[in-house]
Design a protein around this ligand. Structure first.
Ligand SMILES: *[C@@H]1O[C@H](CO)[C@@H](O)[C@H](O)[C@H]1NC(C)=O
Ligand SMILES: *[C@@H]1O[C@H](CO)[C@@H](O)[C@H](O)[C@H]1NC(C)=O
Length: 272
């Protein structure tokens, strides 16, 4: 009986997601907010090997102990990658953080880097070994398939970089950031004075009010949106923005809409 109870407690722990041990300090304004260490424990750093050193290139989300969700545009087939989990600062080694090799990369088959506006900017990375969950390493929750957030819903981008327009450039050690973005619904975002036909229903827009929206976050990283019960869901993967600036009026940041790819994510994980 005790064994069975213990087992079910462990299973429940392993399956839970989106509930950080250290609650984030949510910023109300752009910049200057202190980000609480490890308050986004599903955020990972995707790094590639360059001249014998590992360089941060993109963010990602730990969606299972051995799978990371990121953007297709972060992946270059000629590079060797690793994923760092449980990290706050990229410049100092931290207890509780782990670096794991990537053993398999699955880029969505309909991704085409010269047709960004078609979307499908999504990829899954299989880790060489599953990472143990802890207070600093937790899973991100995926939304239910097809879930659409209403206009003006408040979400947060997190990461070490700035939102970038495709082809992320290798960066030096970064400082952790988070920023608030309001969801812009498809009807609004696809208007001709917004993104027009560059935005599809397989994407989610957020930001672009020209005032409060944040530039913070990483390509490939999560758009985190909290449910009424407190649990966080990852609704977007940072895909593209305006070359005019990351909070240009009526040009919100564009994310791959995760709720459109739930079946794909499942099929990649189960190898079907
Ligand atoms: C990607 O898009 C370009 C430009 O439209 C096209 O020429 C090319 O054939 C596409 N590649 C694939 C693999 O579909
Ligand atoms: C919500 O969005 C609409 C349309 O973009 C805007 O007019 C309105 O001011 C927003 N409301 C709030 C509370 O931000």
């Amino acid at each position: 009986m005790i064994r069975a109870l213990l087992l079910s407690a462990l299973v429940a722990g392993a399956l839970s997601c989106g509930l950080p041990t250290y609650l984030p300090h949510l910023p109300r304004v752009v910049g200057g907010e202190d980000v609480r260490p490890n308050s986004w424990p599903w955020q990972v750093s995707l790094q590639f090997s360059y001249n014998g050193q590992w360089r941060h290139t993109c963010g990602g989300t730990l969606v299972a102990q051995n799978w990371v969700l990121t953007a297709a545009h972060c992946i270059s087939s000629s590079r060797t990658y690793r994923v760092v989990v449980g990290r706050h600062s990229l410049s100092v080694d931290e207890r509780g953080s782990l670096a794991v090799k990537v053993s398999k990369i699955v880029v969505h088959k309909d991704w085409n880097s010269s047709q960004l506006s078609k979307g499908n900017d999504i990829a899954m990375l299989k880790l060489a070994s599953p990472v143990p969950l802890s207070d600093k390493i937790q899973l991100g929750c995926l939304p239910p398939a097809g879930k659409i957030l209403p206009n003006n819903y408040t979400c947060y981008v997190t990461g070490w970089g700035r939102l970038q327009i495709t082809a992320p450039t290798p960066q030096g050690p970064g400082k952790w950031t988070e920023g608030e973005l309001l969801v812009v619904d498809y009807a609004t975002c696809s208007r001709s004075d917004w993104w027009g036909s560059s935005v599809k229903t397989n994407m989610i827009c957020a930001g672009g009010d020209g005032i409060i929206s944040s530039c913070n976050g990483d390509s490939g990283g999560p758009l985190n949106c909290q449910k009424a019960d407190g649990q966080w869901e990852v609704h977007g993967v940072v895909s593209f923005g305006s070359s005019l600036g990351c909070n240009y009026y009526h040009k919100p940041s564009v994310f791959t809409r995760v709720s459109n790819y739930i079946d794909w994510i499942h099929s990649v994980r189960t190898g079907c």
